[in-house]
Design a protein around this ligand. Structure first.
Ligand code: G16
Ligand code: MG
Length: 214
């Protein structure tokens, strides 16, 4: 039985990766680290602090905790500037329609994101009221690939993990979903999604028939 669908945010509902990239690249420049769009792939689905650590690894730099906190804060201030003008036009194709279809069919709609800015973004996209539960980076203690975010999501709507399906664009998220005992659907083109149970290009491919066949 499919009773709840858990959506990742960045890369599934909206492409905020481009704004994360702009902010991280700006920080990397200040640190004299060369950070490319290819490197940015490694940050998808990963927490803010872990993202910073990956960038520091790329640049062969070590900093203490306080310095790292300050840099992560700075990056987030820039990121918030970049997302300030986001609106509904940035919702990825088919996402809103699929969410509405789920609600019409009495399926719980849940968010499972690593981002601490998830609620702000959902508000800007005018989607916040579509979710029965929102689990984001402010709710969890363990980041993906730990299954915590998805297990908490299932619990929040009172659904057994076995009856949940996760839509994810990142490798860490696919692993997290599988460890939670859920069906994991990879969204996007990346071959890193080959571990997903099935892969689609975007939510525009989804309908009730396809969902029920899973
Ligand atoms: C997102 C992004 C990651 C980002 C993380 C934390 O996760 O994919 O690149 O580092 O959130 O975001 P913030 O700095 O806003 O807390 P997800 O799980 O929605 O794909
Ligand atoms: Mg993602």
């Amino acid at each position: 039985n499919i009773e709840a669908i858990i959506f990742d945010l960045d890369g599934v509902i909206v492409d905020t990766a481009k704004y994360h990239f702009l902010a991280w690249q700006r920080l990397a420049r200040e640190l004299d680290i060369e950070f490319t769009i290819e490197d940015n792939e490694r940050l998808k689905g990963v927490s803010r602090m872990r993202s910073l650590e990956i960038i520091l690894e790329i640049g062969n730099k070590t900093l203490d905790e306080k310095e790292k906190e300050d840099l992560a804060f700075k990056k987030n201030e820039w990121y918030k500037e970049y997302i300030a003008n986001m609106d509904e036009s940035e919702i990825l194709e088919g996402a809103k329609e699929f969410i509405e279809l789920l609600r019409e069919n009495n399926i719980k709609v849940v968010l499972g994101s690593a981002s601490k800015n998830a609620k702000t973004i959902l508000e800007k996209l005018n989607l916040i009221d579509c979710f029965h539960a929102i689990i984001d980076g402010t709710c969890v203690t363990k980041a993906k690939p730990d299954p915590q975010v998805f297990l908490q999501g299932a619990e929040a709507v009172g659904i057994d993990p076995i009856n949940c399906i996760v839509f994810e664009d990142a490798e860490a998220g696919i692993e997290a979903a599988k460890r939670a005992g859920m069906v994991a659907i990879g969204v996007g083109e990346a071959d890193t999604l080959k571990d997903a149970h099935i892969q689609i290009k975007g939510l525009y491919e989804m309908n009730m028939e396809r969902l029920m066949s899973l």
